[in-house]
Write a protein that binds this ligand. Structure first.
Ligand SMILES: CC(C)(COP(=O)(O)OP(=O)(O)OC[C@H]1O[C@@H](n2cnc3c(N)ncnc32)[C@H](O)[C@@H]1OP(=O)(O)O)[C@@H](O)C(=O)NCCC(=O)NCCS
Length: 200
């Protein structure tokens, strides 16, 4: 499965992918049912130089169309992943491939901590997180999956191995505010409303 890195010129394809998500998927992806206008703003504000966005192309689609997208939002020492796969393309490993790709990218940048904010009910993303060796800590409605790789050597994508048994949970990450508003915009880092707000 090939993942490609998106550029600023891919903004329309990224937007089309996110707008194709139904309400339930938007809730799982962002932590609330993001409106079209909020998603447009989220895409418009995305910094393709600082962050990394990877996608898996739609099979049979014309031009740049993506069945799966992951947004790796970066700070100096932390990275947060948000991911989505269109319904018709699920269950083929695309979500796992994208999260793996983002994890390798973060690790190669020397990032110490990778995390993923999700709703506790989200069985698919929990499964992906655990399969990749992430530690999942549940605090009620929200869960945080973390993977720490301080001082690790860079990996090359074909040899990726992100299931290191060194994952730790930063207690601070477990103390994030719960997000419930239906009208708010996608929040910092990779857009999930439960994310800590230390950038963007
Ligand atoms: C989460 C999501 C990205 C998964 O994409 P995907 O391409 O189907 O993922 P994969 O095919 O790589 O793997 C999914 C795994 O979850 C499992 N799974 C699927 N639905 C599940 C469920 N309801 N409960 C538990 N496990 C489930 C699959 O069996 C698979 O596990 P396996 O590889 O051991 O068989 C996709 O469902 C999605 O976009 N959901 C909406 C947005 C979202 O939830 N984003 C995550 C929050 S940032």
């Amino acid at each position: 499965m090939f993942t490609v890195r998106l550029e600023a010129s891919d903004r329309p394809a990224l937007l089309a992918h996110l707008l194709a998500l139904g309400n339930e998927d938007r809730r799982l992806r962002f932590g609330f049912v993001a409106r079209d206008s909020s998603i447009k703003r989220y895409v418009q504000d995305m910094d393709f130089d600082r962050d990394a966005v990877f996608g898996v192309h739609s099979t049979g689609g014309e031009g740049r169309q993506f069945d799966g997208i992951t947004h790796l939002a970066l700070t100096k020492q932390q990275a947060e992943i948000g991911v989505s796969v269109l319904e018709h393309a699920r269950g083929q490993g695309i979500g796992t491939a994208l999260v793996s790709r983002a994890a390798v990218h973060a690790r190669n940048l020397g990032i110490d901590m990778l995390y993923m904010q999700c709703l506790s009910e989200n069985g698919a993303i929990m499964r992906i997180a655990r399969a990749l060796g992430m530690t999942v800590v549940t605090t009620g409605r929200d869960s945080q999956a973390t993977l720490a790789f301080p001082g690790e050597r860079a990996l090359r994508v074909p040899q990726m191995r992100v299931a290191d048994p060194i994952a730790l949970c930063d207690a601070a990450l477990c103390d994030t505010p719960s997000a419930s508003a239906q009208t708010q915009s996608p929040q910092p880092l990779a857009g999930h409303a439960g994310a800590t707000q230390n950038t963007v």
